[in-house]
Design a binder for this molecule. Structure first.
Ligand SMILES: O=C(O)CCC(=O)C(=O)O
Ligand SMILES: [Fe+2]
Length: 366
């Protein structure tokens, strides 16, 4: 799909918001601006192995998973889910129950949102926190991602910023409301199954996430004349319990790090990519893995993705589940309240350091 060439008459420097899409729409770039160029990512990430021998990302079938649960004993898909979450921390989910027509509508409306003139989208600019529209600029000397995003907290409802979600074009807003509800149900089913896989009381996990904090990031990655020099989203782990990523226009780009090697995900149309985040690694005391991932960009196709992030509820406290720890298996992470967790997560994001590492207990000191 071609990039939308929207000539913007607005001088971006007069706004505290920057957009890669509109930067390149104004005039063709003769070279990539230095603040997007990454030195360490120049070499092919696969230079050390044969591309043909790359492992492929596991696929989980939600219908199969739910029928396994109804018929105990026939639990092949359930066992696969558990081993995938321990070894990979990420999988593609098919037959997830969210209709193709809803996904199609959401894709179209997200495309339309990013095709709005810059003047329209600037209304949603970030106001001193991480929420809002634009290319995320954390500091002057930071390397920037080749992409724009619209990031919003969507739950609990009173945390929705009045100038963001409620001000979205009404058709996008109503489609998102349905989508959010569908994904909430899906996330709770997955979290329940993952709790069951830990042999803990399902309730212990599910209650933490009921009416939890949820946020969403719609991402737009324009084609880049020199994609090997830039990154759409730099390497990170998610601070969530779980993340459900919708690679809306099925353009490849996401990669995860497995055994020290970046492995590309071959995006299946209408499948979700589900990944374990730091909080599930903490709750499971390291059993489930929060996987490092990143997104690359393409030279000829725009890429659109929609990520929904699921966290525990405000006011809760989290740490390794008590039933998983004992003197022989001590907690690997500190306990922390949700408010402090969120604050710590975003302050580590600004410095590029890992929040999960910060919460690790050094076993030598125990
Ligand atoms: O846009 C993508 O494909 C990845 C986004 C992502 O990893 C994130 O927002 O945490
Ligand atoms: Fe992520």
């Amino acid at each position: 799909m071609a990039t939308s060439k929207i000539a913007s008459t607005v001088d971006q420097s007069s706004h505290s918001v920057m957009s890669v899409q509109h930067l390149i729409a104004k005039e063709p770039l003769s070279s990539i601006p230095q603040h997007f160029v990454r030195q360490q990512e120049r070499q092919s990430p696969f230079s050390n192995i044969e591309t043909g021998s790359l492992p492929s990302i596991p696929t989980i079938d939600m219908e199969q998973l739910l029928s396994d649960v109804a018929a105990p004993g026939a639990d092949i898909e359930f066992q696969k889910l558990l081993s995938v979450c321990k070894e990979w921390g990420l999988f593609q989910l098919v037959n997830h129950g969210v209709s193709d027509s809803l996904l199609e509508k959401l894709k179209e409306e997200t495309e339309e949102f990013f095709q709005l003139p810059f003047e329209e989208k600037v209304k949603y600019k970030m106001e001193g926190d991480f929420e809002g529209y634009g290319n995320m600029v954390l500091s002057d000397n930071q390397k920037r991602d080749w992409g724009d995003r619209m990031y919003m907290v969507t739950n609990p409802l009173h945390k929705r910023k009045p100038y963001l979600f409620p001000e979205l074009p009404s058709s996008l807003r109503s489609t998102l409301e349905i989508y959010i509800e569908e994904l909430q149900k899906l996330s709770m089913k997955l979290l329940g199954l993952l709790a069951r896989g830990l042999k803990v009381e399902t309730r212990e996990v599910v209650e933490l996430f009921e009416d939890g904090m949820q946020s969403m990031r719609m991402g737009y990655y324009p084609p880049c004349p020199q994609p090997e020099l830039v990154m759409g989203v730099s390497a990170h782990t998610d601070g969530t319990g779980i993340t459900i990523l919708n690679q809306a226009n099925a353009v490849n780009g996401l990669q995860l790090k497995k055994d020290g090697v970046w492995v590309p995900v071959n995006a299946l149309p209408n499948a979700f990519l589900v990944n374990i985040g730091d909080i599930l690694e903490i709750l499971s005391n390291g059993i489930y893995k929060s996987v490092e991932h990143r997104a690359t960009v393409s030279s000829d196709e725009e890429r659109i993705s929609i990520a929904m992030f699921f966290y525990p509820k405000f006011g809760s406290e989290m740490g390794p589940l008590a039933s998983l720890t004992n003197p022989n298996n001590p907690p690997l992470f500190k306990r922390i309240g949700m408010e402090d967790y969120v604050q710590g997560f975003f302050s580590h994001l600004s410095t590029g350091r890992s929040h999960l590492q910060h919460l690790k207990i050094s076993l030598k000191n125990n």
